[in-house]
Design a protein around this ligand. Sequence first.
Ligand code: IPM
Ligand code: MG
Length: 356
Amino acid sequence: MNSEYQIAVMDGDYIGPEIMSAGLRVLEEVSKHQNFEYKIKHILFGGEAIDKMGNPLPESTIETCQNSDAILLSAIGGPKWDSSIKRPESGLLEIRQRLGLFANIRPTVITKSMQPYSPIKINHPVDFVIVRELTSGIYFGTPRFRTSTEAVDTMSYNFNEIHRVAEVAFEMSRRRKKHVTLVDKANVLATSKLWREIVSEVAKNYPDVSYDTSYVDSAAMKIIAEPNQFDVILTENLFGDILSDEAAQITGSLGTIPSMSRGKSGPVLYEPIHGSAPDIAGKGIADPISMIKSVSMMLENSFDRHDLAQLVDLAVNRSIEQGILTPDLGGTASTNEVTECIIKSIKESRNEYATK
Ligand code: IPM
Ligand code: MG
């Protein structure tokens, strides 16, 4: 048994520290008397790191991440650094690449309690996940340059980059509804044609998993029109970026969706999929659920504590059912009220167990 886990925590910018503190309070509560010991190490990253160290991703931050069992990140960036030489976002791309976090997993779950908040008509459960390639494609391709009259970005993929993330998607589907959809633009892009070739080969190793493909424009429609036809969507970096925001929105709010980014081995990074929301920073009204669910994802995936993750998820659902909601979901509650409600509910379920 591990005696004590180390969790690296990057508090982030604007609403970042507000939601991180909510996530950590929930972690503290749920792990009480549960034989789950951990130590938090706060490290600098993003805009805060630019301000204090002149670099969004200081070397000491990477080192601490590499030596941790899991990494929690809230959200970084914002207008304050619009004109700085290095933007906080460049730190995000760099950390993904340096830690080899090539697979980004973003769930879209519309539970019964969330159904009323969805902007689309839903009369069936929605539960799919996007597996987004995270360390290649147009985000990292070269050449990349800009002159005053021309700009070039390059989308490039090789066998290994496609193969390893495809395996993540198929393995994941086996623990779900056993269906993988590759989303691409194979009617136009050379990279997409390569993806199709490689992924259809990987699919042959998973005869128990059904496999189909969809062009990205059509997939964008289906996410709204028939989201329940998806189980695991596998896609490249930029398509995944766009589709995961769209998918998040059909749940009612971007403010409730966690994500995880992982490589072949090493610590996994957990973060909300949304940004640092400068417009609401300091007002105490940011939705803490995305961060709290990132904590539950961490408990489940990095520490194999399904029991604790479930306690958190149940408590989140209860708070939604009770209508304790921040303004992104149409409510009037504060970050603190939602967090308190979730903590109270965790305490109650624990007491229920204890008295059974
Ligand atoms: C995300 C974000 C980042 C991305 C930005 C901030 C660079 O939108 O994690 O989805 O595009 O990957
Ligand atoms: Mg994005």
